[in-house]
Design a protein around this ligand. Structure first.
Ligand code: HPA
Length: 267
C-alpha cells in the first residue's frame, strides 16, 4: 500500500519519473545526492519511507540525471538498530524497482580489519556475513522469499567498478562485509571472532538492502568507505562523530569512481 502511495506522491511532482541506477547513501556520504540534476523529495512527504533518521544522513529521494544517466538516490537509510525492523527500506526499494531501477548501488561507512585497507580507503564488497541473523524477508508470504544470495554482489558490476577505480588511480580492494546490528560498536573480542569467521570489515547496514535488492531482481553492488580500523585494531577512538568526520575522505574517492562507472552502467 505504502509503495503505491509513495509512487503517487512522486508522480504528483514529476511527469514521468524513471531511473535505471539506484543508490543508497551511507553516513557522511550524502553529498552525491547534491550532484544530481532533478527533483528532490523529502522522505517526510513519502509514505512508507523512514522518518526519523540518523545524524549524518540526508533523508530525501532525488530522481534525476547524473553523468547523463537516470538515477534515483536514497539519501539516507533506516537501520535495523533504529526500530528493530530489518525490512525498514523495503518500501523505498520497491519504489525504486517501480521507477525502473535494475541496478542497486549501496554505500556505507565501515570499520576495516585489514591493514592494507586503512581509514580513508574503500572496500568493494564481494560477499557478506549476516551476523545479525535477521532477514528483511521474514514474514514475506510468497516463495519469492527464498532468495539466492550466491553472487549477490554482481561480478560484472564489480569488474566495471574495478576498471573505473583503476582508471581513476584509486585502490579498490575487495572483501567480505559483516553486518553487525549496532547501534553500539563492537568489542575487540567480537572483531577477532568476525575475522576468524572470514569477514574483512564490519558495519551496521547494507546487508538487508542487498537482500531486498536481490528479492526485487536488482543487480547489486556495494562499496564501503573505511572510516576506522575496527575495535581493537587501531588507535582511533571509535565513535559516530569520528565516522561522520572521516567519511568525506573516502567519499571523495567514491564519488570519482561512481562518476566514472555510471555511463557504463547505462548500457
Ligand atoms: N563498526 C560498525 N560500523 C561502523 C564502524 C565500525 O567500526 N565504522 C563505521 N561504521
Amino acid at each position: 500500500m505504502s509503495t503505491a502511495e509513495a509512487l503517487a506522491a512522486i508522480r504528483n511532482r514529476m511527469d514521468t519519473p524513471n531511473a535505471k541506477v539506484g543508490f543508497i547513501l551511507g553516513s557522511g556520504l550524502g553529498h552525491l545526492a547534491d550532484l544530481v540534476e532533478g527533483t528532490s523529495i523529502d522522505y517526510a512527504d513519502l509514505p512508507g519511507f523512514p522518518h526519523a533518521g540518523v545524524s549524518g544522513h540526508n533523508p530525501k529521494l532525488v530522481i534525476g540525471k547524473l553523468e547523463g544517466v537516470d538515477v534515483a538516490i536514497l539519501g539516507g537509510r533506516e537501520h535495523f538498530y533504529e526500530n528493530g525492523r530489518a525490512d525498514a527500506m523495503r518500501v523505498p526499494l520497491e519504489v525504486l524497482a517501480e521507477l525502473g531501477v535494475d541496478t542497486l548501488f549501496a554505500t556505507n561507512a565501515c570499520g576495516s580489519f585489514l591493514p592494507e585497507i586503512p581509514p580513508g580507503n574503500l572496500m568493494l564488497l564481494n560477499d557478506h556475513i549476516n551476523y545479525s541473523g535477521r532477514s528483511p524477508l521474514i514474514g514475506e508470504p510468497t516463495d519469492r522469499r527464498f532468495v539466492n544470495l550466491t553472487n549477490a554482489y554482481d561480478p560484472d558490476l564489480r569488474a566495471r567498478l574495478q576498471a573505473a577505480a583503476e582508471a581513476e588511480g584509486i585502490p579498490l580492494k575487495e572483501g567480505v562485509y559483516a553486518w553487525y546490528s549496532g547501534p553500539n560498536f563492537e568489542t575487540p573480542a567480537e572483531i577477532r571472532m568476525l575475522k576468524l569467521l572470514g569477514a574483512d570489515a564490519v558495519g551496521m547496514s547494507t546487508v538487508p538492502e542487498v537482500i531486498l535488492g536481490r528479492f526485487l531482481d536488482m543487480k547489486c553492488c556495494a562499496i564501503s568507505v573505511v572510516t576506522n580500523m575496527a575495535a581493537g585494531l587501531g588507535n582511533e577512538h571509535i565513535s559516530h562523530e569520528h565516522t561522520k568526520a572521516s567519511a568525506p575522505i573516502g567519499a571523495a574517492k567514491l564519488e570519482r569512481i561512481i562518476k566514472r562507472v555510471l555511463p557504463t552502467l547505462a548500457q
